[in-house]
Design a binder for this molecule. Structure first.
Ligand SMILES: *Cc1c(COP(=O)(O)O)cnc(C)c1O
Length: 415
């Protein structure tokens, strides 16, 4: 309850700031779904065709995984009861970690994996802990400019804790990164990058980055949130697709996207993982994820690596090809992306919001992505595909988007 007499300064500031966001068309809104995550979503009593989740393989509502979660609950209960180092670490976590490590073994020869409750936490943990391997002020972090917020926050926290120097680089200009590394005298260097950039859908040049890491004795930390499960013949992710191998790679995969469940993992040379167990504060001081989730993820990994996963990746890749071949806009900019993330850049916040609203009226759920998630002036629709979409779903979307582009451009003409 607020009236002018009981408003205190913090509350007044919050109200002002939120009003400010609203006036810049930057206020975000929560929408509660009434159905499981799938290509059709029930929202406010209406069924929408959803092209916005990161459930790339369509596993989030798969009956085999729903069954595995119930089984896991029967077997392990609902809560872990404590952090991993106290008593929360279960054989279900341990089995999952073994499976995850074997997924990356061909790419990180001495691989061990550590499971986390979220990708955000795994990134904070890994970056801060590895930056502390060298004494204060002796670490250099090179971070890709378009990295995900959780990597950015990990880098900021590491820099505050360890006086690490931080340099941003453009992942499309690897030569300049080479120049920076060459003159860097600090003993510990860490290159930090997204595997697939989450708002553009393009990939980091992993082969070139690994070459630089080897030349300049750096660690290479890659967040493959959008590659794990989908990239590579067996779905092992970007390291498989780019066919690279090194014990200096720190691989982070998330398990709430293509894997369809929740959580994340860091996979690296076993001594590095031991360091995270010893010194990774968010890992140490956080309650272990329910073992039933780990049990469900083990089942999800089986599916990812088997025929089910292969068929789903084939379907997803077919959709991506159709979109790249057939979606022609008259003015809007389609990005050349060969991943499940297909942004359409509209520029202004107003246009992106209008397009998203018209899509909603046409029965589609595709949110407008605005700053600060993307750069000013590059507001966009972020379209994502799932293996559960049919070709007919996609062709209808393409026709709808063409019509909506026309409507938005006509409206702009008359303003
Ligand atoms: C989604 C995402 C994360 C965060 O993972 P959560 O498990 O959702 O916390 C980290 N990095 C990237 C690139 C992501 O897209």
């Amino acid at each position: 309850m607020t009236n002018s007499s009981n408003i205190f300064s913090a509350l007044h500031l919050a109200q002002e700031q939120i009003a400010d966001l609203e006036s810049q068309l930057l206020k975000r809104k929560l929408r509660a779904t009434q159905s499981p995550c799938d290509t059709r979503a029930l929202v406010d009593g209406r069924e929408l065709r959803a092209f916005c989740s990161n459930d790339y393989l369509g596993l989030a509502n798969h009956p085999a995984l729903v069954k595995a979660l119930a089984e896991g609950g029967q077997k392990y209960g609902v809560g872990s009861g404590a952090s991993h180092l106290i008593s929360g670490h279960s054989v279900a976590h341990e089995l999952l970690e073994t499976q995850l490590a074997s997924f990356q073994k061909q790419h990180i020869p001495s691989a061990r994996a550590l499971f986390f409750s979220t990708g955000y936490l795994s990134n904070l943990t890994a970056i801060t802990a590895f930056a502390r391997l060298a004494p204060q002020g002796n670490t250099s972090i090179y971070s890709a400019k378009l990295n995900h917020a959780s990597l950015i926050d990990g880098v900021r926290l590491a820099s505050a804790q360890t006086q690490a120097s931080v340099t941003l680089f453009d992942h499309t200009q690897i030569d300049s990164l080479n120049g920076l590394l060459k003159i860097d005298q600090r003993p510990l260097k860490i290159i930090v990058t997204d595997g697939v950039f989450s708002m553009d859908g393009d990939k980091a040049p992993m082969k070139e980055l690994l070459k630089l890491a080897e030349q300049h004795d750096a660690l290479l930390l890659v967040d493959d949130a959008h590659g794990f499960g989908v990239l590579g013949k067996h779905g092992h992710g970007i390291l498989e697709q780019d066919n690279i191998c090194s014990d200096r790679i720190i691989y982070i995969g998330t398990l709430g996207k293509a894997a369809g469940v929740s959580g994340a993992f860091v996979c690296a040379q076993e001594t590095f993982i031991e360091w995270l167990v010893q010194k990774g504060r968010p890992f140490i001081y956080s309650t272990a994820t329910p073992p039933a989730i780990a049990h469900t993820l083990s089942k999800s990994l089986e599916m990812i690596k088997g025929d089910e996963g292969a068929n789903r990746r084939t379907q997803l890749n077919k959709l991506i090809r159709i979109w790249q071949d057939e979606m022609q806009f008259s003015q809007w900019e389609k990005v050349s992306s060969y991943t499940a993330i297909q942004p359409v850049i509209l520029g202004s916040n107003a246009n992106a919001l209008l397009a998203s609203k018209l899509l909603d009226e046409a029965g589609y759920w595709i949110p407008a992505i605005r700053p600060p998630t993307v750069a000013n002036g590059s507001a966009r629709l972020r379209i994502t595909f799932s293996a559960n979409h049919s070709e007919a779903d996609l062709r209808q979307l393409i026709a709808t988007l063409k019509a909506i582009e026309h409507q938005v451009l006509e409206k702009a003409k008359h303003e």
